[in-house]
Design a protein around this ligand. Structure first.
Ligand SMILES: [Zn+2]
Length: 381
């Protein structure tokens, strides 16, 4: 009995002591931190600074608030976004990385949000590869969340990560319930070119079959098939495929000629390329590119004076397109004074971005087939 009472008393005493110590500890801890009025003031100051677009200053205020309550992830999210708005991407990323580390073992909602924000930090910092990897990680964690998947596909295309884009486009189509066959075919055509370049023609063939299923008549797909035929040493089929591309999109002639010239050189069918050039009429879209390649061929054959003559003729016509200028410079022709100082590059009709080279793809707005061949003075009027 006594013993039991003694136990009970000592247990109570122990509990009381513990409670007192705990209370003191809590009071001490509270005493050390800023008082609630000060916290409120900092939150208000942070809000005002944000309203005045002083995002870095606002982030500092919220950082002080966050330190007084390390468990509150919301304040950290606010802080991270403010740093991003202030252009301090490394600090924003650090805030979000800390959130990810701290919440790695929990249910994951905070981790997912933080991954999303981290990917946005990388996107804002133009670190597309990291943004793509982070969105991909998030998509595996949250496969039903549409926005990261959309961003992943968008950035994979923008950054020309074709294998990533090819992987995730069908998943996006399924989740969004919306199919874009033409986009998929363009991306597959680019991926096939990459596979050929990497020495996987069999994989490229499979990819192009998928592209054909998506969009059987797309010029871009025919263009990529031409590369596959060249790889298989079938020059006749190369020419046929390129002609098919031109039938669909006559305006990509400069792109087709560049590609054909390179393929004919690498795979030894330059006579066929010369025939192709000879067969071009003089009134085709982008005819300047025919003359340009005739000049390049003349130079390759050692006829520099003939090459100069052809380029001079273009200059006389007022053609001031970047590749023509480049060749004129390489042939050491003096630029005539009437040649406008400002180059007229290819312009995207969707986003107005200027490009020095013709391409299927506008790297500024991710538009496909949106680059217009610059007008030559001959075309202008
Ligand atoms: Zn564009």
């Amino acid at each position: 009995m006594d013993n039991l009472l003694g136990y009970a008393l000592s247990a109570m005493a122990g509990a009381t002591l513990a409670a007192i110590f705990f209370g003191v500890w809590i009071r001490r801890r509270r005493g050390k931190g800023p008082d609630p009025a000060e916290l409120r003031r900092r939150v208000m100051r942070g809000a005002y600074k944000a309203l005045e677009s002083d995002f870095a200053g606002a982030a500092e205020e919220f950082g002080a608030v966050a330190q007084s309550d390390p468990d509150s992830s919301d304040v950290y999210f606010v802080m991270g976004r403010l740093f991003r708005r202030a252009g301090q991407f490394a600090r924003a990323a650090r805030v979000h990385q800390n959130l990810i580390l701290r919440h790695d073992d929990k249910k994951g909602e905070i981790k997912k949000r933080a991954l999303f924000e981290l990917a946005e930090d990388y996107r804002a910092a133009q670190m597309l590869d990291r943004a793509v990897n982070t969105f991909a990680e998030l998509v595996e964690l949250a496969p039903q969340w549409l926005e990261p998947l959309q961003n992943l596909v968008e950035l994979a295309i923008k950054g020309r990560f074709w294998s990533v884009a090819v992987t995730y486009i069908p998943r996006l189509e399924k989740l969004a319930g919306k199919v874009d066959d033409e986009l998929a075919a363009h991306v597959l055509a680019e991926y096939a070119l990459l596979q050929i370049e990497q020495g996987n023609p069999e994989e490229a063939r499979k990819t192009l079959k998928l592209a054909l299923k998506r969009s059987p008549r797309l010029a871009h797909v025919a263009f990529s098939f031409a590369y596959l035929h060249a790889d298989a040493q079938k020059p006749k089929a190369v020419i046929v495929a390129m002609q098919e591309a031109l039938d669909d999109r006559p305006d990509v002639l400069p792109l087709v000629l560049d590609a054909l010239h390179r393929l004919a050189t690498d795979h030894d069918f330059l006579e066929r390329f010369d025939e192709f050039l000879a067969d071009r009429g003089d009134d085709a879209d982008g005819h300047w590119s025919v003359t340009l390649h005739r000049a390049l061929r003349q130079r390759e054959l050692g006829n520099d004076s003939k090459a100069r003559e052809l380029i001079r003729d273009l200059i006389r016509q007022g053609v001031d397109i970047p590749p023509v200028r480049q060749q004129a410079t390489e042939l050491m022709l003096a630029l005539p004074e009437e040649w406008p100082q400002q180059e007229r590059p290819w312009t995207c009709r969707r986003c107005q971005a200027a490009h020095q080279q013709l391409d299927w793809f506008c790297s500024s707005c991710s538009g496909w087939g949106t680059l217009d061949v610059p007008h030559t003075s001959k075309n202008v009027s």
